[in-house]
Write a protein that binds this ligand. Structure first.
Ligand SMILES: [Zn+2]
Length: 272
């Protein structure tokens, strides 16, 4: 869970404190309490929300990646059973980013801690600013605002950015939103916000409803590096985050488990 004092200072105006300074403040965290000690979670409704897009050849993919392919290799009228051969790059559709996606010796899909795949779900809604700015990012101030409204981020949480981007899927070109140079423009996490969630809030993973944890136009991939470099996992192209509460739900990430994988399509459910 986040340190309240660190969040108050990190979210204030003025020069951004260094990571070393932030870590130093941790000892004085008890001095101030600017957020409720516990999230005021809504009562469970017993519902299940599917946070997964239907995987199909029509889904937009990262520039340069091929769309997924489905080839029928058996059919009922012939042998009595139906079966497709699937072809896709790992980072297609609603999918996992294992640490090995960014870090050469990082954990692969088959090495993830299963405890981290079932986690408290935190939804950070930046749809208002994303509607006016395709390069909008989740900032430390956005995290601070969530904490003020909902309380502490639980330990080992999964923190998801909701930008409203799936509303563009009717026209995949607007979902990718490439500029004249072929650079995608879509919201993501600021690198310092991810570093903050990892080092100060102890998250298990993070997700976005766009194709990249980073703002699409960010050439440095700092959010990927901060998250995956810390051994945490990501999920990209989440669906239906507007249908779950900002706090109180539990996410279940049905991650792939192929040997040595860097990620892959997964089924993600929210228990509300
Ligand atoms: Zn990915």
């Amino acid at each position: 869970m986040c340190s309240p004092e660190i969040v108050r200072l990190a979210g204030s105006a003025g020069p951004r404190p260094s990571r070393r300074t932030l870590l130093g403040w941790a000892g004085g965290a008890a001095l101030a309490a600017v957020v409720p000690a516990r999230a005021a979670a809504a009562p469970r409704t017993g519902g299940v929300v599917d946070l997964t897009h239907t995987l199909s050849p029509g889904l937009p993919v990262w520039p340069g990646n091929p769309p997924m392919a489905m080839v029928p290799v058996a059919w009922h009228a012939v042998g009595g059973f139906g079966q497709f051969a699937l072809g896709y790059w790992e980072h297609t559709g609603t999918h996992l980013d294992a640490p090995a996606h960014r870090i050469a010796d990082g954990a692969t899909t088959d090495a993830l801690a299963v405890d981290d795949l079932v986690a408290p779900l935190v939804v950070l809604d930046i749809s208002a600013k994303a509607a006016n700015d395709a390069d909008a990012v989740v900032t430390v101030a956005d995290i601070d605002r969530w904490r003020t409204e909902h309380g502490e981020i639980p330990d080992r949480a999964f923190v998801a950015m909701y930008s409203g981007w799936e509303g563009r899927l009717g026209d995949p070109s607007t979902f990718l939103n490439l500029d004249a140079r072929g650079v995608p423009h879509a919201p993501g996490f600021a690198a310092e916000a991810v570093e903050y969630l990892v080092t100060q809030c102890g998250i298990a993973g993070a997700g976005v409803d766009t194709l990249s944890l980073d703002c699409g136009a960010d050439p440095d991939y700092g959010a990927h590096t901060a998250l995956l470099g810390a051994g945490r996992y990501g999920v990209e192209m989440l669906a239906a985050l507007a249908a779950v509460p900002p706090s109180g739900a539990t996410v279940v990430v049905g991650a792939p488990k192929h040997a040595g994988g860097t990620g892959g399509p997964c089924r993600v459910l929210a228990l509300t």
